[in-house]
Design a protein around this ligand. Structure first.
Ligand code: HEM
Ligand SMILES: N/C(=N/c1cccc(CO[C@@H]2CCNC2)c1)c1cccs1
Length: 355
């Protein structure tokens, strides 16, 4: 009687052998089903792991950047067993993927199962502090910053303090690993036409490394599998720096650009938003850091749909996430609908190891 893991393993292995026109499928499936019956689990080969991680990106319904799914660099760190070894692998990932600003989409995969956990939501992220009556830094980081402080971390108390890596293995308490400063690339935000903008002293980190999602391939879950791409400008300019529950900087942007905030109907928010997003795109491009604007990203997504259709595959997507948070109706995505069916392999949001 085949169990659920066997079914998912057979489905993935069939896809792996068929899509790559390899032979030896029957023998591999027999070995894997034997392993599942004997040990209750099985291990992926390096090739199966790489193909699975790329498929998972291709199946990520909420991702607008999927055109490049085949270009993912997969680093196999499944032998790492200690917090120190995991930290060193993450430092190597940060350096390799940053690549001086010419960002390389990369994933590092640690041992399957939930024993190794990275407590950070992103490898590079700013701390958040509750000051007297106000929040300093990133409100999204308040909880993890508290955990770091309980573990002995002392932050500078500023708006842009990079948090240490927080890594746990098994039931051991988590260990802190400050990221060597030379590994962290940041972009100072300047405006293409208005030099007063620099007086806001805004910046953001170059590379987003998502480290809190679960990678599932053929029924096997990898709870520590951090991945990076490059940013779409609106993530920084229309959300991270603009949301009133994040950095909430639109009023200051309006002020420094002389945009009156007197009446909502003046659309001062929208005007300030456009200027902040122009500054983000301009600054990243000027400082040689990969970034994509939301119009170009939407066009690339249309090419992804074309490629998938040509390959005889359907495209699944989550419209609510695929539309950009700025001028969504100016993209074709807004005027299309998508099947939001969840296909595996995939990346899934996972509850944090704390709380
Ligand atoms: C190469 C450039 C890439 C760009 C520009 C890009 C862009 C985006 C954007 C804008 C989002 C929505 C994020 C949000 O609204 O908070 C997103 C979501 C997502 N992306 Fe991509 N992406 C890229 C590469 C990747 C890679 C390499 C992976 C994995 C291997 C990936 C997997 C995902 C997943 C799983 C989500 C949904 C996250 C969630 O459900 O919380 N993306 N992407
Ligand atoms: N540009 C990106 N953006 C994101 C991709 C996935 C997730 C996120 C952050 O999602 C958080 C959860 C809900 N919004 C913020 C951002 C990438 C990160 C890693 C590879 S590409």
């Amino acid at each position: 009687m085949a169990n659920r893991l066997e079914d998912e393993a057979v489905e993935f292995l069939s896809l792996f052998y068929e899509e790559r026109c390899l032979d030896g499928k029957e023998a591999r499936i027999r070995d894997v089903c034997e392993a599942i019956r004997t040990d209750g689990t099985y291990e992926h080969t390096a090739e199966e792991l790489a193909f699975g991680a790329r498929l998972a990106w291709r199946n990520s319904n909420r991702c607008i950047g999927r055109l490049f799914w085949e270009r993912l660099t997969v680093i196999d760190e499944r032998e790492a067993r200690t917090e120190e070894a995991v930290a060193q692998a993450l430092f190597r990932h940060i350096e390799y993927a940053t690549n001086g600003g010419k960002i390389i989409p990369t994933i590092t995969v640690f041992k399957q199962g939930a024993s190794i956990r990275i407590w950070n939501a992103q490898l590079v992220r700013y701390a958040g502090y509750r000051g007297d009556g106000r929040i300093i830094g990133d409100p999204a980081s308040l909880e993890l910053t508290d955990i770091c402080k309980q573990l002995g971390w002392v932050g500078a108390g500023g708006d842009f303090d990079v948090l240490p890596l927080v890594i746990s293995v098994g039931a051991r308490p988590p260990q802190l690993f400050p990221i060597p400063e030379h590994l962290i690339k940041e972009v100072a935000l300047v405006h293409p036409d208005n030099e007063a903008f620099a007086r806001l002293n805004l910046k953001w980190y170059a590379v987003p490394f998502i480290s809190n999602m679960r990678l599932e391939i053929g029924g096997i879950s990898y709870y520590a599998a951090p991945f990076n791409g490059w940013y779409m400008g609106t993530e920084i300019g229309a959300r991270n720096l603009a949301d009133d529950f994040r950095y909430n900087r639109l009023p200051e942007v309006a002020a420094v650009l002389g945009i009156s905030m007197e009446r909502e109907a003046s659309l001062w928010r929208d005007q300030a938003l456009v200027e902040l997003n122009r500054a983000v795109l301009y600054s990243y491009q000027e400082q040689g850091v990969s970034i994509v604007d939301h119009h170009t990203a939407a066009k690339q997504f249309q090419r992804f749909i074309g490629n998938e259709t040509e390959a005889g595959r359907g495209v699944t997507g989550d419209w609510t996430w695929l539309i950009p948070p700025m001028s969504p109706a100016q993209t074709d995505i807004f005027h299309q609908s998508f099947d939001n069916r969840i296909v595996s392999p995939n990346y899934f949001q996972e509850k944090p190891p704390y709380c």
